[in-house]
Design a protein around this ligand. Structure first.
Ligand SMILES: C[S@@+](CC[C@H](N)C(=O)[O-])C[C@H]1O[C@@H](n2cnc3c(N)ncnc32)[C@H](O)[C@@H]1O
Length: 214
């Protein structure tokens, strides 16, 4: 058994086109409640105008499609290390794909934020655990925060650990540690937006210079 401090090896490699397709089909079948999460992401951003959005681990573009249809989006940057996932996303988005900048980048690399620009919101769903160890969530959030305007929003959704004896326990933060890790990364006003199927979605704010949330 792997040491709990070691990164968990990749078992499902979404860079493989057949694996990416199979993941999407399987996830749609097993997790229909993800639709409710997409609605909650949209509701959190619906009152904002001319949003510059970055999505981390954007995958097959389901969240991008929901946000582009519901929200006032000026720019949408979809970051994923899988060209196969970007191809699925382009197909899923159809005409909306022309409004998306698809970036192939590894968010485990410390330099991943370089040159991406500045954003009003960073969104991510079921991707942070792909850093391959829960201890990598904190630096990922810290680096993401450097790309947000003061008052900008981080919308973070991922699975949480239910059974600490599970074989892949090192991948996943507990439900209690998810908001704590956002706070440790410097976010304020961390709020739970939706919790279903052992996934939770949070809204966290990049503080203004005076520390106020907005
Ligand atoms: C479980 S899928 C979730 C996809 C999408 N967020 C969704 O919920 O439909 C994880 C995604 O993270 C991407 N990913 C995994 N490791 C990554 C890395 N190191 N850097 C960037 N993207 C990565 C995968 O290619 C895949 O698209």
């Amino acid at each position: 058994m792997a040491d709990d401090d070691e990164d968990v090896p990749i078992r499902v490699d979404h860079r493989d086109p057949a694996t990416a397709r199979a993941w999407l089909d399987d996830t749609r079948r097993r997790k229909p409640f993800r639709q409710a999460f997409r609605a909650a992401f949209g509701a959190a951003l619906a009152s904002h105008r001319r949003l510059r959005i970055l999505e981390l681990g954007s995958g097959p573009g389901e969240l991008a499609r929901a946000l582009l249809r519901r929200c006032d989006v000026a720019t949408y940057t979809a970051l994923d290390w899988s060209p196969a996932m970007h191809a699925l996303a382009a197909a899923h988005l159809g005409d909306l794909a022309a409004r998306v900048a698809f970036v192939v980048r590894d968010f485990r690399a410390p330099t991943w934020p370089v040159g991406l620009g500045t954003f009003d919101a960073i969104v991510t769903q079921q991707a942070v655990h792909e850093t391959r160890h829960k201890r990598h969530a904190l630096p990922l959030f810290e680096r993401a925060r450097t790309l947000l305007v003061p008052g900008g929003l981080m919308l973070y959704c991922d699975g949480y650990l239910v059974d600490p004896t599970a074989p892949l326990a090192a991948l996943t933060l507990t439900r209690a540690d998810q908001p704590r890790t956002l706070e440790r990364a410097g976010f304020v006003d961390v709020r739970l937006l939706h919790d279903e199927g052992n996934l939770a979605l949070y809204r966290a704010t990049n503080p203004r210079d005076d520390g106020a949330p907005a």
